[in-house]
Design a binder for this molecule. Structure first.
Ligand SMILES: Cc1cc2nc3c(=O)[nH]c(=O)nc-3n(C[C@H](O)[C@H](O)[C@H](O)COP(=O)(O)OP(=O)(O)OC[C@H]3O[C@@H](n4cnc5c(N)ncnc54)[C@H](O)[C@@H]3O)c2cc1C
Length: 386
């Protein structure tokens, strides 16, 4: 693993750094709730898009810069370092677009990719259901052909934890199209138009007070054949492409944010004279070592992805360690900062509460540990007694 940037990579970083120094998002809105906040992020994405920085990893033919994996990692590190928000259409840019590039028809690419990039059409991910999360293939939402319109599907079921559904035009929806096939085989991946009465979006309030995610109640929603991605019955493979991109994409930005949060906490401890106290000094030092390990593991994962052409199981290790370290960090922040960090509306209380979901979203820690045990360490698969 060579962490020295080539002249081309350095030029890429310098160009982006210079652009970010000149172009900051508008001041974050304090009023207007989540809708105003989302509009602010959407506006920021439009500015990134106008300058060609919305998704540099996308090939140039689709409006990106054809950035290499290393340049893409640099991009996320710099976005994190500049403390600017993520583009609003994160799921479209990191998950939906790349999935369409692999599995989409030329017509689908032509129709959907550009509005993802410009934030004109927001995307959400309708995978999880009340009884299907880690075991996604057991999902029950079903799609059947409309007997009166054989080129259309009717979808009925319930999805849950659908982030950003309230702002979305399109949903990456996995539904069962063959009730008799084996669990992983009878699934199909659709693009569902959210703007129809048959799709009801109900926000779920989180511990932070926000409603980042939603329940979807779907009652005979209509989806044309043209919106099947990757072929009928092939939904599991297409969904895996989406999930692989989910863990690979944000890792670099998240580890930089973790580092910044740790630097803020060290500064807060110094202000309170707590760095002389070995209890706090030890705890902060341990977090520093963890942050560095995560950073190096993220870069190692990138080297493997370059070598083998796709992200490997090590991405699971980074996600597990990052989420665990973020929870430890925010818990220590409560000790260091005191009651203010537990007062609703303060930045530290938000970090503390939001960190709880980190070990669930994008793969729970238990499931990631299984992946690391089996696919990184080569330990035998867990056998469940009959
Ligand atoms: C902030 C946030 C945003 C999300 N956004 C989306 C979204 O946009 N779209 C979407 O589709 N989903 C989304 N999710 C849902 C997320 O993907 C699921 O919550 C996750 O996959 C876990 O599924 P579950 O909640 O059904 O828990 P379950 O799978 O029921 O798990 C329950 C418990 O059992 C453990 N467990 C399960 N299987 C195993 C196993 N094989 N070995 C050991 N332990 C196991 C789990 O670790 C967990 O502790 C989001 C979740 C969060 C927290």
């Amino acid at each position: 693993m060579d962490l020295t940037f080539s002249p081309k990579e350095t030029a890429f970083r310098d160009e982006l750094r210079a652009w970010l120094a000149e172009n900051q998002p508008d001041v974050e809105p304090l009023d207007g709730g989540e809708d105003a906040h989302y509009a602010w992020r959407r506006d920021w994405q439009r500015r990134l898009y106008d300058a060609g920085w919305a998704a540099p990893a996308w090939p140039t033919e689709y409006g990106g810069r054809g950035a290499s994996l290393t340049e893409s990692a640099i991009y996320f590190e710099e976005i994190g370092r500049a403390r600017v928000p993520f583009a609003a259409n994160t799921l479209g840019l990191l998950l939906g677009g790349p999935t369409l590039m692999v599995w989409g028809t030329p017509e689908q690419k032509e129709r959907y990719l550009a509005p993802i990039l410009s934030a004109e059409e927001i995307w959400c991910q309708g995978f999880s259901e009340p009884d299907a999360g880690s075991d996604l293939a057991s999902l029950k939402t079903r799609a059947v052909k409309d007997p009166e319109h054989p080129d259309q599907w009717l979808v009925t079921g319930q999805k849950v934890w659908t982030s950003g559904a309230q702002y979305s035009k399109w949903c990456m929806l996995v539904a069962r199209t063959d009730q008799d096939a084996a669990k992983h085989k009878g699934l199909t991946y659709f693009l569902m138009d959210m703007e129809q009465d048959a799709v009801q979006v109900r926000p779920l309030r989180q511990i932070t007070g926000e409603s980042e995610f939603n329940e979807l109640f779907i009652e005979e929603a209509r989806i044309p054949d043209a919106n099947v991605v990757g072929g009928v019955g092939n939904g599991w493979k297409v969904a895996l492409t989406t999930l692989m991109n989910e863990r690979a994409g944000l890792g670099f930005a998240l580890q930089i944010r973790l580092r910044q949060l740790l630097d803020d906490l060290i500064a807060a401890a110094a202000e309170r004279g707590l760095l002389e106290d070995p209890r706090y000094a030890d705890a902060l030092a341990e977090l520093h070592v963890r942050c560095e390990s995560i950073r190096l593991l993220a870069w190692k994962g990138l080297t493997d992805a370059e070598r083998y052409g796709q992200p490997g199981p090590e991405g699971s290790l980074v996600k597990w360690l990052w989420s665990d370290t973020n929870q430890r960090l925010t818990e220590l922040a409560v000790d260091i900062i005191g009651p203010e960090a537990l007062t609703a509306g303060t930045p530290w209380s938000y970090e503390f509460l939001r960190a709880r979901g980190n070990t669930i979203e994008g793969g729970t820690t238990e499931v990631l540990k299984n992946i690391v045990a089996e696919r990184v360490l080569g330990l035998p698969r867990l056998k469940v007694a009959a």
